[in-house]
Every structure is written in C-alpha cells, then in structure tokens.
Design a protein around this ligand. Structure first.
Ligand code: AHM
Ligand code: MG
Length: 330
C-alpha cells in the first residue's frame, strides 16, 4: 500500500505546523484540480477584464484559484502571511510572534494560456520561514524578501492527464498522485533524480532574436545536430506551462530556459523569482540538477522586490554547466 502524503510528512519529521500548511495547500489543489476537470462545464474558462500586477490579463481560473488558496490556507495555524503572483500586495493572516511560523508564496495557476485549450497547467508554491518578533506585529513586505536558499519547502501540482504533486522539504524530491476515487495523495516516486546529461531542451524559440548571444549560440549549436560542434542531435519540447515542462525534466531530464530578453532588459526575463524560479530551483537542485540565472545559482539571487523577474535556465546538471560556461566565455 503506497504511503499517503500525511504519513510521508509524519515519517519525515516535518514540523506539525509546516505539515499542516503543506496538506492544506495540496488539498486546495485537489479542489482546483476538480474545477480544471470540469472545464467548460464549470464556468471557469475565459478571461476577466482585470490585470495582475505585471499587467497581464487575468483568466477566471487565475482569480478563482488565488481566492481558494487565500481562503483555505488562512485557517492553517502556523501561517503568518501569503503573497501571490496575482496580488499586488502581501496578505497577512496573523501576527508574527516569538514562535515564528511560515510565509506562503504561490503562482495559483501557472501556464494560464493553456487553460482554454485543455493542455496541462499547475500550481507552484514556496514556503519561507517567518521571522520571529519579540512583540506581536503583522508581517511586512520586507519579511518576504529572502533568498530562495531560505525556503523550507517547495512544490508544484500539475493538472495533467494525472494530478501529481512534486514536493521537497529539503530532503530530496518526492511525487504523489491524487487518487481520484478516494481524494488521497499517494506516494508514487521517492528520491527523484534528474539525469545529469540530456539531449532535450525547452525554450520558446520564437524569441531567438531577442536573446543574449550565449543563449542564442547554445540553441544554434543544438539545432546544428550531429554535424555541429557538439556532435549530437537534440530534441526540443515547449508546453508553455512551466509546471509541465519542469515535470518532464523531473521524469526524464532536459533543460528549461526562459532567458533574459532584450525587449525588456531591466526585467531580466518573463518568469517570477519568488513564485516560479525559486520553488522550481529548489526542487531541481534537490533532484541533483542545477538552476542558473546567467550570473549564478538562482537560489542565491538577491531579492529586492516581491514581483521580481529573473532569467531561468534549469534542469540536467551537466547541460546547465555547459550553458554556464557559454555565459562565462561570452
Ligand atoms: P503565467 O504564470 O502567467 O501562466 O506565465 C508563466 C508561463 C510559464 O508557465 C511558461 O513557461 C511561460 O509562461 C510561457 O510563456 P510563452 O507564452 O512566452 O511561451
Ligand atoms: Mg506562472
């Protein structure tokens, strides 16, 4: 009988408040999964007139999943405050105290452009330690500005042909599949390892003309195949849902790139450090892979803004090291 998520957390000595928060997030994802499965039958498709803090048009499901996570997770006793890709400001739920607690960050519905076309989407979450306060006080924005390395847990749920949770508490990476009959999250992989070598890359190649020379050079050599300088043929995949692309890399290796783009140089890239890059980088490093932003490890990147963007290149360790060398010699 496979282990369920609660038993896994108990056997791995997760602090009870942290375990409760993770179970609450993941059970909310079961509810989001049920909505996703109803699709057009559930009035969840299509866009709203609103925009998020990044100026992107919000889909109905972006807002519904954001509200569900806010509502359900507020009940988790160890949670101090939340922040989301879909909200301008942080959302405090209870005061910081000498006991500490946790901060939760999420991208409630990643890959929103795929909602209306019935392609895999997901939820990404990151948990940071909340600072301890001598006297009770509400959490402030500055409390969230911690490097990715400080995360105590990170995970994603992919709403694909199966609904799968991939989780780390800094003790390796484990996967759980939602049993649609019982609602249980049953462990289906333990100690996931990303193969260090790969011949598969993922990038939105329509942006090639906007990339830095190192990234352009990398992809051009991949395209050159076995007669090119690396002497091997590469395969390419792009789902346009980071969760689904990273999940493929977890299962069979590869690299995922959403690099710096000359159209908006000051933004560094499209993806968000706190809601996407940091949690995915912790998972990837814990699975033996690497995550690079063009300068160094994403988990060591300085955090100056909650909605900061970052260049992302992650996956199979040897391939990311190759991409790093190309940046050093550029
Ligand atoms: P979202 O969080 O608004 O859905 O945006 C992030 C998504 C990633 O999941 C995916 O890798 C990327 O945007 C796809 O971007 P593009 O449409 O430029 O290929
Ligand atoms: Mg996203």
């Amino acid at each position: 009988m496979p282990t369920n998520l609660r038993d896994h957390l108990a056997t791995n000595d997760a602090e009870p408040a942290l375990a409760d928060l993770i179970v609450t997030v993941v059970d909310t994802c079961s509810e989001i999964s049920a909505l996703v499965r109803r699709g057009a039958l559930g009035e969840i498709m299509g866009a709203l007139e609103s925009e998020n803090v990044q100026g992107e048009v919000q889909k109905k499901l972006d807002v519904i999943s954001n509200d569900m996570l806010l509502q359900r997770c507020a009940a988790s006793a160890g949670l101090v405050a939340m922040a989301s890709e879909e909200m301008d400001d942080i959302h405090p739920v209870r005061d910081l105290t000498p006991k500490g607690g946790y901060l939760l960050l999420f991208d409630p519905l990643d890959g929103s452009s795929n909602i209306d076309v019935n392609v895999s989407i997901g939820t990404i979450f990151s948990i940071l330690p909340a600072p301890m306060a001598d006297a009770p006080r509400p959490a402030a924005l500055a409390d969230f500005l911690q490097k990715g390395r400080a995360q105590v847990a990170a995970g994603y749920v992919v709403y694909g042909p199966q609904t799968t949770l991939v989780l780390t508490l800094g003790d390796g990476v484990h996967a759980f599949t939602l049993d649609p009959d019982t609602g249980d999250w049953l462990q289906t992989s333990a100690g996931i390892t990303i193969p260090p070598e790969t011949k598969e890359y993922a990038i939105n190649a329509s942006n090639l003309r906007h990339w830095a020379p190192a990234v352009r050079g990398y992809v051009e050599v991949c395209l050159a195949g076995e007669t090119g300088p690396r002497g091997k043929n590469f395969n390419m995949r792009w789902i346009a849902s980071m969760v689904a692309d990273v999940h493929r890399i977890m299962m069979r290796g590869g690299v995922f790139l959403y690099p710096w783009d000359a159209r908006e140089p000051e933004r560094a890239g499209k993806l968000r450090l706190m809601y996407e890059a940091n949690p995915m980088s912790l998972l990837v490093e814990q699975a033996g892979g690497a995550a690079f932003d063009g300068h160094g490890a994403i988990l060591d990147a300085e955090v100056t803004d909650l909605h900061q963007r970052i260049s992302v290149m992650l996956g199979s360790r040897a391939e990311v090291a190759h991409i790093e060398r190309l940046h050093q010699s550029a």
